[in-house]
Write a protein that binds this ligand. Structure first.
Ligand SMILES: Cc1cc2nc3c(=O)[nH]c(=O)nc-3n(C[C@H](O)[C@H](O)[C@H](O)COP(=O)(O)OP(=O)(O)OC[C@H]3O[C@@H](n4cnc5c(N)ncnc54)[C@H](O)[C@@H]3O)c2cc1C
Length: 451
């Protein structure tokens, strides 16, 4: 492609900003990033409170966040945040140690079985499901893998593996099929409580591409990254470093693609581009663009999670010792309850605690926002850490995905086949997975493949 191609990127979250970085590194300087908000970072959002930054959105990374590491290197920053730590409570607020055999003598057989199933899952992922962990979903529904290895070099890998079709199954069924049901006890913490839905509804592909074996073990060992100034800082630094900074407060009202050009009406003015990269939620693309029938058909299949975050103050005597997981509340029956709460700063009690709850499951009614909020505040009381004040709250459009039927029918291959068709490329969370590295990595690959 001509290096002077005029490229319009919609969205200045991790996907859009890293698309800018990778384009620039490949010699494309003629890109414009349009951001609707008055700040960059998208769901990496780190507001200030009492002189520090807390996290309303993304919190952590793992050592295999290679794309995020590319950004760190490009910007000269590093993951210098507070060490993560956690403990567990049951739904009555009692501190428990679910994985400690000495504290759970009657559960020792189950714990031993779980340990051997985790080992088994690790083995079958490397053998029976070889290729499961490449970024993105190309070919999976047809029993193929095609992408880049999860290594610092990210060398291209591809192959045929019929077993990969199993990844379309809900993770629960996938585990049952492979005799590794108890592994869900380990995978659920960094999956469901992090807002990615329930194992009886979400295809195994999403679970295992995000929590590939190594990543899951990093969560178990708490081998995790955080950023002192928050995850938003990563993207603020990237935006500062890019030749073309994101244009904030950009209100896109119309996109027209005709005669090989893309016309974008932003804040009332129409601008001409050659190519478009959409990292904003694809299901809303038809609201402002001249979406074609195939775009409308596929994007209407996208579902997303309602993931609610509260930032609360507590009296010092009610401040939690540490962050807590509440496994009892990570089931569909306990929808709307507090699943995890995060104490980011261990050296002071004058910072906020953040709480996390889901309020939608495929097979049940959505719980209204206010009901969920009250439930979470009541749960904090039950946990002996009552809030004195809510200082921030956000219900996120979270983790766009498709369900098993569409996944198995080849949603990804069909959408991948549309890449570039209308001078438009699709990136952002739904194309890979809803975390900052997978979206940035997908942007890297998109630039590699098409530009
Ligand atoms: C509570 C929470 C916890 C999380 N924890 C983690 C974590 O620990 N680790 C991790 O890696 N990830 C985590 N994530 C997920 C991570 O933040 C996202 O997956 C990531 O930010 C996705 O990047 P993106 O660029 O695809 O989308 P987004 O971050 O959503 O960015 C999209 C951008 O597009 C803009 N936009 C949307 N529509 C338009 C439009 N019409 N015109 C112009 N601009 C538009 C938005 O304003 C936004 O800035 C978490 C997210 C949340 C909410």
């Amino acid at each position: 492609m001509d290096k002077n191609t005029r490229i319009c990127i919609i969205g200045a979250g991790p996907a859009g900003l890293s698309a800018g970085m990778y384009l620039e590194q490949k010699g494309y300087d003629n890109y414009t990033i349009l951001e609707r908000n008055d700040h960059v970072g998208g769901k990496c959002h780190s507001p200030h409170y009492n002189g520090r930054r807390y996290e309303m959105g993304a919190i952590m990374g793992v050592p295999s966040y290679y794309a995020v590491h590319d950004v760190e290197e490009f910007c000269g920053i590093t993951h210098d945040g507070p060490q993560l730590n956690r403990n567990y409570k049951d739904k009555t607020g009692k501190v428990i140690e679910p994985f400690e055999p000495k504290k759970n003598l009657t559960k020792i057989p189950r714990l031993l079985k779980m340990k051997s199933e985790v080992k088994k899952l690790g083995e079958i992922l490397e053998t029976k499901y070889k290729g499961y962990d490449v970024n993105g979903h190309r070919g999976v529904a047809q029993g193929r893998y095609d992408g880049y290895a999860v290594t610092p070099e990210r060398e291209p890998v591809s192959g045929i593996n019929e077993n990969l079709k199993d990844l379309a199954l809900p993770f629960k069924e996938f585990c049952e099929k492979n005799g590794v049901e108890l592994t869900q006890d380990i995978w659920i913490g960094p999956f469901t409580s992090f807002g990615y839905g329930y194992f009886d509804e979400i295809p195994a592909a999403y679970v295992l591409k995000y929590l590939d074996f190594q990543t899951c073990m990093n969560f178990v060992k708490i081998n995790l990254w955080t950023w002192k100034e928050g995850t938003q800082y990563i993207w603020e630094c990237l935006n500062d470093k890019l030749k073309n900074h994101a244009r904030l407060n950009s209100n896109i009202t119309k996109i027209e693609r005709k005669d090989g050009k893309v016309y974008v009406t932003v804040n009332g003015e129409t601008e001409e581009f050659d190519k478009l990269i959409v990292t904003a939620p694809l299901q809303y693309f038809p609201d402002y663009a001249d979406a074609r029938e195939d775009e409308k058909k596929y994007f209407s299949k996208i579902e997303y999670e309602r993931y609610d975050v509260l930032a609360v103050e507590t009296e010092p005597e009610n401040h939690p010792e540490i962050s807590y997981y509440v496994f009892d509340n990570m089931t569909p029956e306990r929808l709307g309850h507090l699943m995890v709460y995060y104490r980011r700063w261990r050296d002071t009690k004058d910072q906020v605690i953040t709480t996390y709850a889901l309020r939608k499951h495929k097979n049940s009614e959505e719980i209204p926002y206010e009901v969920c909020k009250q439930t979470v505040l009541n749960d904090l009381k039950t946990m002996h850490n009552p809030a004195s004040n809510v200082v921030n709250e956000q219900s996120w459009y979270y983790f766009p995905h498709v369900f098993t039927e569409d996944y198995a029918a080849g949603w990804y291959d069909d959408v991948e086949a549309m890449q570039g068709k209308y001078d438009t490329f699709y990136a952002g969370e739904v194309m890979s997975f809803g975390d900052m590295d997978e979206t940035a990595e997908y942007s890297r690959e998109l630039v590699e493949r098409f530009f």
